[in-house]
Design a protein around this ligand. Sequence first.
Ligand code: ARG
Length: 455
Amino acid sequence: MKLWGGRFEGQTSELMEQFNASIGFDWRLYEADIEGSVAYAEALADAGLITTDERDQLQRGLGQVLEEFGNGQFELRLSDEDIHTAVERRLHELIGPVAGKLHTGRSRNDQIATDLRIYARMAIKRVDESLCEVQRALLTQAEAHQQALMPGYTHLQRAQPVPVAHWLLSHFWPLQRDRQRLQDCRDRLNVLPLGAGAMGGNAFGIDQESLSQVLGFDSVTLNSMDAVGDRDFVAELLFAGALIGTHLSRLAEDLIVYSSAEFGFVTLADAYSTGSSLMPQKKNPDSLELARGKSGRLIGNLVGLMTVLKGLPSTYNKDLQEDKEGLFDTIDTLLLTLPVVAGVIGTLQINTERMRAALDDSLLATDVANELVRLGVPFREAHGMVGQLVRAAETQRIALRDLPPETVRATHEGLVDRWLHIFDPARSVEQRQSSGGTAAQSLATQLAAARGCSN
Ligand code: ARG
């Protein structure tokens, strides 16, 4: 059963049938497709195009098709072409010729645009829940490590001491922005394209407002040509996915580096590690390497769709069928990766003594400069003076705090008294009281805000 055979004389080549078919992947839209059709049957009846009895037959039949998909009884055929054809073909088998009234005024172009938006809405909800899981894992670890200190890095070089919680939460906020981005994408995509027809609108007086309400949309499209050709929401969702992948990749990278013997800051649970077939001693962070690696396909899916969209003429073109596999893959990848990352973080052992041991005096060089500023030295000068002290300590192969008092006095008379107090990482952390800073009060504010986001 083809939905379009009438004007054709010749047979479609088998190769073309295969090439044309999207049923191999778009069967996944069955729920959205049937939901849309049940609502459309209602709209047809409301418009007086079918009787209430015909509506009931259509809706009952669609209910059965849904059930067959749900319990795995639905038999797909290659000749089904796509999910719309498959559902209609089966409906016809179940209820006979009245099935042919369902498509009145509707095109697969407005139908697929509607299905995909319904699917995207559902997908966003699930990805959001998974993001929340990762956030909760980060927050729980942060709550447990508010006192412990570690080196913060820039350029992967030791920079300043920070609370471990502060580092953990630095990975929380990107995910919060991801969630906002998803919500933003959802708000924008929730416009009903059904009634746009093939591209020129619907001639049968279908009540789109009521369709919109029944299907949970916020408004109805204002341009039928745009409605069938618009895949911005897919691109936005793929971008949100690519950025989530990027954030997970950076988090993974921190943890991979920190779990190396050289750092030893964290230990991955056995549950999320694997071994080597050759080297018996190996415990590899494969979970995190895969999380980092998956970002490649997430970014690829975005680039793939952008390339498909660029240069398309107005309205629907079959190229748009290529929007689905990347979208499904992005959603599947995220729903697979996010729970793993949440599991890794939830079971992560944080080796606070190793972190503490990495806090050498050089991390407090900025604090020495700040102290000189408090003594009235212009910061630029203070910076240079401390730079020389650091170099002196380095050449003498001693810690900064162990520089001879005369060297310190030569730098600034007032520095000697304060010298030893400076080399306390906790003091350094407590001094940075800015919003988003490391002091206990700033951290408490941050933790409270994070708690507010992730419940
Ligand atoms: N399978 C198509 C897609 O995914 C559905 C819309 C087809 N429309 C058409 N006129 N051939 O985009």
